[in-house]
Design a protein around this ligand. Structure first.
Ligand code: ADP
Ligand code: GLC
Length: 498
């Protein structure tokens, strides 16, 4: 039995409070599992103005907290609540920074220009809160560029601090494409000292690089799947962090995300038309009919439905899916539904698709959690044509709902889906390797022909997919080991000359 740890998590997103993607799912679930294992986990997030306090039992906690940044003292309030299994969550209220429409950008998708201030403040405020409540963390676990600088503050500012001084830091990279690179003019506010603004740590061609700084100062860095870890470490890859990650040696590696089966299980999901399980699949038929009705598709259980959900950004490959699905809808007896938002060109394409393919295609442009469950439950296939994918959660959700994933073999998609073997009927989904519309089209064709012509194989794959277990327990145990290693690293680092 390992030592019980005090873990402070700082994040810009967390389910159920604020979510733009999988980061929120992870931060909503991992602490709960760590808590179950006996650790004392506390989470700090911003008090975005769209979070409805009454819905989540959020109440005022600290009336006044001062947080020193490089050039000024900021004042904030703190609210708190608890999520499942009693994990305390602290919400930092700072009107100027978090009282606005969005999390990272405005309604026209323009990033807020003061993001470097907002999130360096979050990092520093998270640490300050620990001090204020006298919570002495063994581990400060930060996520992506938004909270990465907490690792730097720990090493540069809080070295001698009685509450924070011995804390080791772990940075989890959910997406290396979002670096948090900002003009140097923000550096004084961030306040990490001119002597630390260099190419090895916080500087990127004269700009401030939050993620790079986080990597440098963390005692251990993880990412969210082993394959993606290898990808971003590979020399000369497109993310540009290879040397920094390689420098971490064995202190950088991938831990696969888990799935929160309390939220994502067809047996208990109350968002869907009927519950079902591997041995009682009748409910899935009802879910399919319900999905077809909702999206004005022809209600016919014999037609395979392919679903897609996600942010319309380059990463997700919906630009390759667009021509492929258009053609597939013409050539094959299939139906298609998509839920997502982002790029305006793609929003337009998918919004218009149903009027061009009446009864065969449906779309919802926007964000809708309930609908995402309905799609997972009602479809036969779920497509993820990502150009890269650090982990990806929907393919794992799909498998649980007996909805076979069709994925590009990259990152976490490659690690979690077992490709269909036509000889034996084994596998849990369909993989393709090229990132092109052609590859998407032909793989849809492969899945659809399996649906119509190899029904026994379909059954076998559905059963195999539904039996997969990606629960958090296993991943949480790996994080526990990562924490122990980070603590050891911090102790050794202590011995270095300062
Ligand atoms: P990423 O974090 O890169 O967006 P993930 O697959 O890790 O990708 O997680 C995406 C999460 O966000 C999933 O839980 C998915 O269901 C959800 N999601 C994405 N877009 C939407 C949407 N438009 N409506 C509802 N849920 C969405
Ligand atoms: C990121 C990645 C996604 C991953 C998620 C949670 O947003 O794009 O692949 O599943 O973080 O770790």
């Amino acid at each position: 039995m390992s030592k019980k740890l005090n873990i402070l998590m700082i994040s810009s997103e967390m389910v159920p409070f604020a979510k733009t993607g999988g980061l929120a799912d992870v931060v909503g679930a991992l602490p709960v599992h760590l808590k179950k294992m006996g650790h004392d986990v506390r989470v700090v997030i911003p008090n975005y103005s769209m979070i409805p306090h009454a819905d989540y039992g959020i109440t005022p906690f600290i009336d006044f907290m001062n947080v020193w940044m490089g050039t000024k003292e900021e004042y904030c309030r703190v609210h708190n609540t608890r999520i499942k299994n009693d994990v305390p969550v602290y919400l930092i209220e700072h009107d100027l920074f978090f009282n606005r429409w969005g999390i990272y950008h405005d309604s026209d998708m323009n990033d807020y220009i003061d993001n470097p201030k907002r999130f360096s403040f979050l990092a520093q405020a998270g640490l300050k809160l620990a001090e204020n409540i006298d919570f002495k963390p063994d581990i400060v676990h930060v996520h992506d560029w938004q909270s990465a600088l907490a690792a730097a503050y720990l090493k540069i500012w809080h070295w001698e601090n009685p509450v924070l001084g011995s804390a080791a830091s772990v940075l989890t990279i959910h997406n290396a494409a979002y670096r948090g690179i900002y003009p140097k003019t923000f550096y004084d506010y961030i306040g990490l000292g001119k002597e630390n603004f260099n190419e090895e740590s916080l500087e990127m061609f004269g700009a401030v690089d939050f993620l790079k700084g986080g990597i440098f100062y963390s005692d251990l860095v993880t990412t969210v799947s082993p394959s993606y870890g290898e990808d971003i470490k590979r020399p000369f890859n497109e993310f540009g962090l290879a040397p920094n990650l390689a420098n971490k040696g064995k202190n950088f590696y991938g831990i696969l995300n888990g799935v929160d089966y309390d939220e994502w299980s067809p047996e208990i999901d109350d968002n869907i038309a009927a519950n079902f399980s591997k041995d009682k699949m009748l409910g899935k038929k009802k879910c399919k009919a319900d999905l077809q009705k909702r999206f004005n598709l022809e209600v016919d259980e014999t037609i395979p439905v392919i679903g897609a959900i996600g942010r319309f950004v380059d990463q997700k490959g919906f630009q390759n899916l667009a021509p492929a699905i258009r053609l597939a809808l013409n050539d094959m007896r299939i139906q298609f539904v998509i839920l997502g938002s982002g790029d305006s060109g793609l929003e337009h394409f998918y919004r218009e698709l149903p009027s061009n393919c009446r009864g065969r295609a449906g779309s919802y442009i926007g964000y809708n959690n309930e609908l995402s469950h309905i799609i997972e439950a009602g479809c036969d296939f779920f497509i993820m044509p990502s150009l890269y994918e650090p982990c990806g959660l929907n393919q794992m959700y799909s498998m649980k709902y007996g909805t076979l994933p069709i994925v590009r073999a990259t990152g976490g998609l490659n690690d979690t889906v077992e490709n269909y073997d036509e000889a034996s009927g084994s596998g849990t989904g369909f993989k393709f390797f090229d990132s092109s519309p052609q590859a998407v089209y032909y793989t849809i064709g492969w899945a659809v022909s399996t649906y119509y012509d190899r029904k026994e194989h379909m059954k076998k794959m559905i059963s195999a997919a539904m039996s997969m277990d990606f629960s958090w327990d296993k991943s949480a145990r790996e994080y526990e080991k990562a924490y122990e290693r980070a603590i050891e690293n911090k102790m050794n680092y202590d011995k270095w000359p300062r």
